[in-house]
Write a protein that binds this ligand. Sequence first.
Ligand SMILES: [Zn+2]
Length: 263
Amino acid sequence: MTFFNKKSETFLYEYLNNTSPTGFESEGQKLWLRYLKPYIDEWHLDNYGTAYAVINPGKKYKVVIEGHADEISWFVNYISDKGYISVIRNGGSDHLIAPSMRVTIHTEKGPVKGVFGWPAIHTRNGKEAEITPNMDNIFIDVGANDKKDVEAMGIHPGCVITYDDGLTMINNTYYTGRALDNRIGGFCIAEVARLLKEQKKKLPFTLYIVNSVQEEIGLKGAEMIANTIMPDIAIITDVCHDTNTPLVTTKKKVTWHVAKDLY
Ligand SMILES: [Zn+2]
């Protein structure tokens, strides 16, 4: 028996294809709440942008199910005289996979398209042939002639940058795309609300369905909302790593401190 329906799938694509970088989660939260509203009794937003829905309010025992709303991204850090953009991380973004990725730079004037450039193989000789991406050499090209040109587009240090790739299904089985960490968790907890409503389940406790902000920079949103709700129990969703793929060392334990070193 499958619980997944067409409406769920439409929401999943809409939710995943929207950008929600850490610190800029509001559009994603709107989409998430809009989907949840028919299935819940109340909803709230805290001062930091964490959204939460409540089912069966007022009971003494409080249960939280949680996902995080934000995704890793980049910030504009420096614009060169020639109009190339250097970046810093907003969360644990991977510099090794950045070159040739298409991006959107979010500005007050609207979205600006760009691409992480990389020297063509023909131009890399000798030692340069094996050059690898690092935080000092990756750059974004927005097609500008110079720094002034970039600034005229509304781009300045501090603008947030997201990748352009969207959600696709491979082999009719697996989803691949940007920011499944952790919008897939936000989707799963939203589906709990839908299924409870559709199956007319009555709960003996109050259920809080929480979509936290700022997870990728140190679990900040969850920490703050936990102090607001003060739950008796909390079940947290997040993604984990597939260790069956090539290049993963399975003899050594892969733990979260690997990512923490990137901050
Ligand atoms: Zn996560």
